[in-house]
Write a protein that binds this ligand. Structure first.
Ligand SMILES: NC(=O)c1ccc[n+]([C@@H]2O[C@H](COP(=O)([O-])OP(=O)(O)OC[C@H]3O[C@@H](n4cnc5c(N)ncnc54)[C@H](O)[C@@H]3O)[C@@H](O)[C@H]2O)c1
Length: 333
């Protein structure tokens, strides 16, 4: 198959590209590099440094593709209430432009990476049939893109799948980004012998998954007939832990003397968020093979091998006021 992957220089997109290339598929991809790195793009892939927001470019590079994986997004949930224009344009405009081009080019199926932000403050564990209740512009934009995808695919008879990955960790994840990826930020700080920052009281709870466990399901979504038109959570529902416990686990592995710096909570942050994996188990044989401690160890090994990095404040804050985290306003990382 000829597979198009948007966001191919990103964490998920580059791993997907590797996996499909290994299986003998032809991979074409694009990335505007706002959140990814050129080094991540496999050399065997046909790469275009294009922005998904430009439909004509998408029309050109999706020609002849059988399948589209749309992983490109400004995946910055917490930042989205402070830089809503930047975050939502790359999610809504970028998605609609790619969907429109892919459908015009008659691709068979579009697999869209949404986010657990779609569930907002619903009861946990989040199930796919819940009514979305996103709490911030990132989640609202993800749901808008989902709705437009469903609508267009139903009208034009294109297959689609909505994947809902959540809190993935693993090699290639950006760890010099002050705006996202709590695990990477904590490891990068502790390796620099610096205390991590924790927003609020640290009792927010999440489940974290290791990239390899998600890849298997994401790849299955390419052709499995049972998942056409489905929304499916991808990731574990075991080891639901607080950010305080997460910091302790990382500190234990690094033998770091932990004394976190607590700062004000971030607006709209959902306190307890975890997804049910029942549907993925049933339709995609999902299985959590990597325990959290093992995933953390692999992440630590990756960052140690690459070397610690200074944090880069590479995105502009559009709204700066008393609610803006001081970690960002005062560049504390
Ligand atoms: N990693 C996770 O834990 C997680 C959880 C839930 C959802 N997701 C979703 O999965 C997808 C991939 O996430 P990720 O962790 O790999 O993020 P990532 O930032 O590593 O990858 C996204 C890539 O998209 C690119 N991009 C952004 N806007 C673009 C545009 N307009 N045109 C072209 N390229 C653009 C970025 O440069 C980046 O390389 C995203 O849609 C994200 O919202 C990820």
């Amino acid at each position: 198959m000829k597979i198009f992957i948007s966001g191919i220089a990103g964490f998920l997109g580059s791993h997907l590209a590797d996996a499909f290339i290994k299986d003998g598929h032809q991979v074409v991809g694009c990335d505007n590099l706002i959140g990814g790195e050129l080094d991540n793009v496999p050399v065997e892939a046909e790469f275009y440094q294009y922005d998904c927001c430009f439909r004509n470019s998408m029309l050109k590079i999706t020609k002849g593709c059988d399948l589209v994986y749309h992983t490109a997004a400004t995946a910055y949930e917490g930042l989205s209430v402070f830089s809503p224009h930047l975050i939502t344009q790359n999610i809504v405009t970028g998605s609609v432009s790619l969907f429109s081009a892919a459908i015009e080019n008659k691709v068979k199926r579009i697999v869209y990476c949404s986010s657990m932000a779609r569930y907002g403050t619903n009861n946990i564990p989040f199930k796919e049939d819940y009514t979305p209740s996103p709490q911030d512009p990132y989640g609202i934009a993800k749901v808008a893109a989902e709705d437009i995808l469903k609508n267009l695919c139903e009208v034009h008879n294109t297959e689609y799948v909505i994947a809902v990955p959540h809190n993935i960790i693993g090699p290639r994840q950006k760890y010099d980004d002050p705006y996202r990826n709590v695990v990477s930020i904590m490891i990068n700080l502790m390796l620099q012998n610096r205390q991590p920052f924790i927003y609020g009281d640290g009792e927010q709870k999440r489940c974290f998954s290791y990239i390899d466990d998600d890849l298997f399901c994401l790849k299955e979504m390419a052709t499995n007939p049972d998942v056409n038109s489905q929304i499916i959570n991808i990731g574990p529902d075991e080891e639901f832990i607080s950010i305080n416990n997460l910091a302790e686990k990382i500190a234990n592995q690094l033998k770091f003397n932990l004394n976190p710096r607590y700062v004000s909570g971030r607006p709209q942050e959902v306190i307890r968020a975890t997804c049910s994996a029942d549907k993925a188990r049933r339709l995609l044989n999902y299985e959590t093979k990597t325990k959290l401690d093992d995933g953390l160890k692999k992440m630590i090994d990756f960052i140690k091998a690459k070397g610690i990095k200074k944090f880069r404040y590479h995105l502009d804050l559009e709204i700066i006021n008393s609610k803006t985290p001081k970690t960002w306003k005062d560049k504390l990382f």
